[in-house]
Design a protein around this ligand. Structure first.
Ligand code: NAP
Length: 500
């Protein structure tokens, strides 16, 4: 057994003494226990840190602040630029949006970094395979923009917004992390085959950015295949970059490969601010029982120390943690797997006692400071030479058949600049009829294009208003429209399933 034969070796390095002021958010549930454990270890490692402790999460929600983030918390992060954050509960049934997501967005921490490394001593079905990868997740865009509307009483919509700027920044960050960690490849995982505009933008931007990093192999794979490959052959990956929602799911999967939520760290990185936190939540069921595993939080603090340039202390703490996990002396209950169990406080004391020792099984990686892409002041990256509106999609709430709706829309379009091209329901063309057996709901997309008799005419907003008025006059309820644009002659929209 690894853990019984291993003998810790004394460390050769000394600890620098630099003072930092860092915002500490103990958070909810097990947060205070794992935060104080981590602070104790950093202090014992000899690094002088002034912690500014502030509140966010449950108590702040309960005090009536819908953001769940106190004013003091915002001020402190703004001043210190770096925060170590415990998990924050998102109340169900009251309070506003997730305080975690609010913090990520308010400080534009656009990159979520989740390293995933096998730690000898933590037994998993993947033990011995040497998994050592980093998931780089875009952190502020995508479905997480949280822009949702009920389109009809029965149909909900969440906007998936992806920007070229956001794709550039996260792609550059992924390659910079690969460079800083001396990695040889970066994969981008997307669903560009289905979402050609949004996920496709991430793929294209990644490929453009990759040209500036010729020494690093750049590869694309589909996110579903990525999930499959991560289980079949996880060793092939070094850095996986992906969009927000994909990254949320895939990074929990990767945490599972090396031992689960109790050990998975993360960093939220922005141009100016960085917030470090365990991947897991507040685990209220085990809070206050001295059984929470502080490993994820300790590893998050190690990432924080590297971000601060404290490479030596970071490695010292990481090594002490690895030695403890390989010693066989005792484990937090979630990773004990039949071995001796110790509580949060005792485990912390064991890590402290092992400071200054080095693991023979987990060699330190070489890290350079990561160059975070700078904030671009421009709001527009791509400026097409030509742009043209070639039609409009009008979304209509309607309780009836495609044929009846088709007649009503064709009638409404009479005398306007438009002609009905097709109607789709739940993404599939249902009018003109094409034999498809779609189970329709009351949310219809009517695609209107320029009447062929008016070829060459420009579609302007007045012609759109005229059409919308006619549709309303025909007793139909429209809930939103989309202009169909062409940028530099290319369609800036996709076709419905079945549309010619
Ligand atoms: P969770 O808090 O991560 O807990 C799920 C389970 O994982 C726990 O019940 C516990 O399992 C185990 N676990 C997690 N961390 C552990 C640790 N350090 N040591 C030992 N076991 C650990 O997920 P959840 O129950 O879905 O969410 C609870 C709350 O946390 C929610 O309000 C959620 O919104 C919030 N949350 C916050 C964050 C964040 O702050 N970034 C992230 C995720 C969730 P056992 O029951 O088997 O002991």
């Amino acid at each position: 057994m690894i853990e019984n034969t291993y003998k810790a070796q004394p460390a050769a390095t000394t600890t620098p003494r630099v003072k930092h002021t860092i915002t500490a958010i103990p958070g909810d549930g097990i947060g205070p226990e794992i935060t104080s454990a981590t602070q104790k270890i950093i202090q014992a490692a000899g690094l002088e840190i002034e912690w500014e402790t502030v509140e966010a999460g449950k108590k702040v929600f309960e005090a009536g602040l819908a953001s769940g983030v106190s004013k003091e918390c915002l001020q402190s992060i703004r001043k210190n630029k770096v925060a170590l954050k415990g998990p924050l509960e998102t109340p169900i049934g009251y309070g506003g949006k997730s305080a975690n997501v609010t913090l990520r967005k308010m400080f534009e921490t656009f990159g979520n970094i989740r390293p995933v490394r096998e730690i000898p001593g933590i037994h998993t079905p993947f033990s011995g395979r040497g998994i050592d990868l980093v998931v780089v997740r875009e952190n502020v865009e995508d479905l997480y923009a949280g822009i949702e509307h009920m389109q009809t009483p029965d149909v909900a919509q969440c906007l998936k917004l992806i920007s070229t700027k956001g794709c550039y920044k996260i792609s550059e960050l992924a390659f910079e992390i690969a460079s800083a960690e001396k990695r040889s490849s970066v994969h981008v995982a997307t669903k560009a085959n289905i979402m050609k505009k949004t996920e496709g933008m991430m793929k294209q931007t990644f490929e453009t950015v990759s040209k500036s990093y010729p020494k690093i192999q750049a590869k694309h794979l589909l996110i579903d295949n990525c999930a499959h490959q991560l289980v079949i052959n996880p060793e092939q990956f070094e850095v996986i970059m992906t969009t927000n929602m994909n990254g949320d799911i895939i990074s929990d999967l990767t945490s599972g490969l090396v031992g689960g939520l109790g050990i998975a760290p993360s960093a939220n990185i922005g141009h100016e601010y960085a917030i470090f936190e365990a991947v897991h939540g507040s685990a209220p069921d085990i809070a206050g029982k001295d059984i929470a595993n502080p490993t994820a939080m300790i590893q998050s603090a190690v990432m924080m120390l590297r971000h601060l340039g404290e490479f030596q202390v970071a490695t010292q703490i990481e090594q002490a943690l690895f030695v403890t996990l390989q010693s066989g002396q005792g484990y937090p209950v979630d990773i004990a797997a039949g071995r001796p169990v110790v509580g949060t406080r005792q485990f912390t004391d064991m890590v402290v006692a092992n400071l200054g020792t080095q693991s023979a099984l987990s060699k330190p990686r070489t890290y350079d400071k990561v160059k975070v892409p700078q904030r671009e002041s421009v709001t527009v990256i791509n400026k097409p030479k030509t742009r043209k509106v070639v039609g409009t999609d009008i979304f209509i709430e309607f309780d009836g058949t495609p044929e009846v709706l088709g007649d009503l829309i064709e009638d409404a379009a009479e005398g306007t600049d438009f002609k009905l091209k097709m109607i789709s329901n739940r993404g599939t063309m249902v009018y003109p009829a094409n034999g498809v057996d779609t189970d329709c709901v009351d949310h219809w997309r009517c695609r209107m294009t320029l009447n062929p008799e008016l070829t060459g005419k420009d579609i302007d907003d007045n012609s759109l208003w005229q059409l919308l008025n006619r549709i309303s006059q025909n007793g139909l309820c429209w809930m939103h429209i989309e202009k169909l644009n062409q940028f530099d002659g290319e369609n800036a929209y996709t076709k419905a399933q079945g549309e010619a």
